[in-house]
Structure formats: C-alpha cells, structure tokens
Design a protein around this ligand. Structure first.
Ligand code: SDX
Length: 428
C-alpha cells in the first residue's frame, strides 16, 4: 500500500501520492496537483523538486555518497577504466571482457571528425574560449550526420550516434587545444588506448615520437571517471529538457556544454585557479579573501566551495585531493597554488560561516590543480569536465527518451501588469 500525503487547501483535503525510490528517497507526486487544486508549486532553482525518475546515479549529499549504477565511485575510480565506466553508465551493467573489447573497438572506428570541420577553426578569433568552440562544434556535428536529426530513427542508429560522440569528443577537445596554442592538429592513432589517444592528439607533434606518460594517463582516467555523471545537475537537466523536445543528441549535448560553461557549475574549475592566482598576486592574505566571500555586499564567492547537494564533503574532492598529491609527487612538481589551496581549505573549514552552511571543497576545487600540473591550460579545464561528463549526459538523455518523459515545460507565478488597454502612439 503506497503512502498518501494530505493537503488542506481552502477547506478541502486533497490526497497526494508518495513515491519512494530504491534508496527509500521519498517524493510527493504532484503531477495532478494543478488539475485537482488549480495550484502549482514554486521552487526557484528546483532545490526541492525532482524532474524525473532515474536509475543512473545515486548520491546522498548528507552522507557524501556517490554511485554510478550502484557502484561506489571510490571503487570505480581506483579499479576501472573510463571507457568501462562509460559502458556501465550507458548500458547499466559492467561490461564483460568481450563486451568491453567490442565497445573499445567500435569507439576506435569513429575517432576522426569530418575534414570540413577543420575549416571552422579558421573563423574563430585567436583567443576564442575553448567552450564556445566545443559547444558549436558538437552541435555542428548534427549537420554532418543529418540522419541523427530524425527522432524516430531505429535503435542501432541511436547507438551509432552515441558511439560517434564518445569517439569524437576527445578528438574535438584535442583540436580545440591545438587551435588554442596554434599547433598543427594531430590525427588519432587508433592503436592507442582511449585516453592515451587523447594525450597523443593533445601533446603529440608531427615532428617527433610521443610516448604517453602513464602517470598522467592514470590521473586523467581517474578525473574523467569522477566527472562521468552527477544525476540532475544543471547541465544534465539542460540536456534532458532540450532532448525532451526531440532535438537531436548532438544539439542536446551542445546545450549541456553551454550550461556547464558557467562559473557556478563546470566553469568553477577554471574559476578556482583564477581565484587562487588572484589571491597570490594580491599577496596571499587569506583572511581578506575569506571575509570577501562572507560579505553579502561583495559578489565574490569562494570558487570550488559549496554545492547544491553535498552539505558534507564532496566524495570526489576527497579522491581528487589525494590524486593531486600523487601526481605532483610523481611528476616532481612543487606547486605553490596547491599549497595555497590547502591553506585556504584549512582556514575555510575552521570558519563557522562555511561550516554552518555546509560549504566544503567540491569536485572543482582540486581538479584544476591536477589539470595544470599535467599541462592543460586553464581555459581548457571545463572542456575536460565536458569530456568526463559526456557519458552521463548521453545516458540521462537516452533514459528520458526510453522512459517516455514528456516535453519539459514548467509553469510560473505571473507578477506582471494586470490587463490594460493599448494607448495609440500619438496619445502617449
Ligand atoms: C559543480 O549540481 C552538481 O552536481 C554540480 C557538480 C556536478 O558534478 O555536476 O557537482 C559540479 O557545479 C560543483 C559546484 C561548482 N561551483 C562552485 O564552486 C562555485 C562556488 N559555489 C557556489 O556558487 C554555490 O555553492 C553553488 C552554486 C555551488 C551552490 O549554490 P546553492 O546551492 O544555490 O547555495 P546558495 O547559493 O543558496 O548558498 C547557500 C548559502 C548562501 O549564504 P546565506 O544566504 O545562507 O547567508 O551559502 C553561501 C550563500 O551565499 N555560499 C557561499 C558559497 N556557496 C554558497 N558563500 C561563499 N562562497 C561560496 N562558494
């Protein structure tokens, strides 16, 4: 017998069904509320509102839990490959050896992007932000594969589009990087692993041999896994709502890239490094900057701190912080920015303002330091976030379609003018 909530409104009692998830999360199903009562709910930023039922990722902000298809990310980050986790997130189960080998082979067949796409780079200004390029390149891919625009295409055509995106994102990301440093594009080498191929296309040069550093490959593998999905975050919700209009997958993912660009979301990893460098250039007075972050009249926020859901440690930050130490140690790098980050974390975590509000370091606080250590320019950090998040976006988009979720169209509370009559121009 499912639970029922009762709502008293204007002398009437309404019954609201209660839904429980597999982790016993509870929700009031208000899908019939407006029809029954004439009322809607209002929840700016959807802080208390579920948009869908999903079986992909479970997180518990209070307990600092994050699992992909039931598997704790701590185990996946330490033991799995990024393509293995991609398969898990997309298809719901860990692949067998044979399934993984077939998936890797399929992906390796689609790593090239259409030659004509290289011409787009000639039109961008020299300092074009990589996220602006990535978003438009991904949407443009739908024009090279017009069949992908058909919402009624068969399942195998869907799967081909999914594999094309997984295969070509690293190539596009490497091209965006090469464009930013004005180096020649490198074509993929399909005998390399997925991550090693990205490294080759990014740091390789046509004039010399390139040997992917295993320390960097391992760090990238871990970082990409930790970014692979995060349930209904801003960009995943964007991908879902764009896809709910039956827009094609490339267009939906492109919208997700745009949402991720924002400094309050995925753009935070770039903003963290810029903030730490600004603090260092300003003389490193942490108390001054913490005071700014707490001052309601100052728009400055501590980038990399706080989270909509985690009011305890972001479990990804804990893993990335350790990986940070490992990578810098193995590469023999002494990074004063990391030292400053650790000091800032210590000061903030002992300040009641942050503790009372549950503001802890999030996934972006340390990731930028690793990306910097392995030679990725700051403006490419959010491209790396998109690279990691792609499997999650695709899985959320596909689940929305497979579940038959309706087109997303929220309501509003109108606060504008009541009806008034038009005044002819000559009388105004
Ligand atoms: C990601 O959702 C996801 O899953 C996202 C993500 C993913 O994997 O997809 O985890 C990735 O986007 C991580 C977040 C990266 N963003 C940043 O690091 C930017 C800095 N953080 C904040 O802007 C903020 O914490 C948010 C946007 C992350 C969360 O904002 P909320 O949930 O809307 O919280 P809020 O703005 O209501 O803040 C609650 C209080 C407020 O103070 P009071 O009004 O209660 O006095 O905390 C304060 C805020 O002013 N606050 C901060 C702060 N974050 C919140 N104060 C100073 N510095 C901060 N960073």
């Amino acid at each position: 017998m499912s639970e029922i909530a009762k709502l008293e409104l204007e002398g009437q009692t309404y019954e609201i069904p209660v839904i429980a998830g597999t982790e016993n999360e509870k929700a009031l199903d208000i899908s019939k509320l407006r029809g029954q009562t004439g009322y809607i709910t209002l929840d700016r930023g959807f802080k208390n509102t579920g948009s869908c039922m999903s079986a992909i990722t479970f997180l518990d902000g209070e307990k600092g839990i994050l699992r992909y298809r039931g598997y704790p990310i701590e185990q996946l980050a330490e033991q799995a490959s990024f393509l293995e986790v991609t398969y898990l997130i997309l298809y719901g189960e860990l692949p067998t050896k044979a399934q993984l080998a077939e998936f890797e082979e399929d992906i390796s067949q689609h790593t090239l992007v259409h030659e004509d796409m290289k011409r787009f780079f000639e039109a961008y200004p020299a300092k074009a932000h990589p996220m602006g390029i990535l978003a438009s390149m991904i949407c443009s891919m739908s024009t090279f594969y017009p069949e992908s625009q058909d919402p009624n295409r068969p399942e195998d055509a869907f799967q081909l589009t999914i594999k094309r995106l997984i295969a070509k994102l690293p190539t596009l990301a490497a091209m965006v990087y090469k464009n930013s440093v004005r180096h020649p594009f490198m074509y993929p080498k399909n005998d390399l692993g997925y991550i090693e191929n990205f490294m080759y296309m990014t740091w390789g040069m046509p004039t010399e041999e390139f040997e992917p550093d295993p320390v960097i490959a391992s760090a990238l593998n871990k970082l990409l896994i930790l970014h692979a999905d995060h349930e209904q975050n801003c960009s995943a919700s964007t991908v879902r709502i764009v896809g709910s209009s039956q827009a094609n997958l490339y267009a939906s993912i492109s919208a997700g890239v745009s949402a991720l660009w924002g400094p309050l979301h995925g753009g935070a990893n770039q903003a963290v490094i810029e903030m730490l460098e600004a603090i260092r250039e300003d003389g490193g007075d942490l108390d001054k900057w913490i005071a700014k972050a707490k001052d309601k009249n100052d728009p400055f926020r501590l980038m990399g701190f706080g989270h909509r859901v985690y009011k305890n440690f972001d479990p990804r930050a804990t893993i990335i912080k350790k990986a940070c130490d490992d990578v810098l140690d193995k590469l023999g790098i002494d990074d004063p920015t990391l030292d400053l980050a650790k000091k800032l974390e210590e000061v903030a975590l002992n300040d009641p303002y942050f503790v009372e509000r549950g503001l802890y370091p999030n996934v972006d606080f340390y990731s930028g330091i690793i990306y910097r250590a392995i030679g990725i320019p700051t403006e490419m950090f959010t491209v790396m976030f998109a690279f990691g998040r792609l499997p999650g976006w695709i899985a959320q988009w596909k689940e929305m379609l497979d579940n038959g979720d309706p087109i997303g169209r929220p309501r509003q509370v109108y606060t504008g003018e009541n009806e008034r009559q038009y005044v002819p121009l000559e009388n105004r």
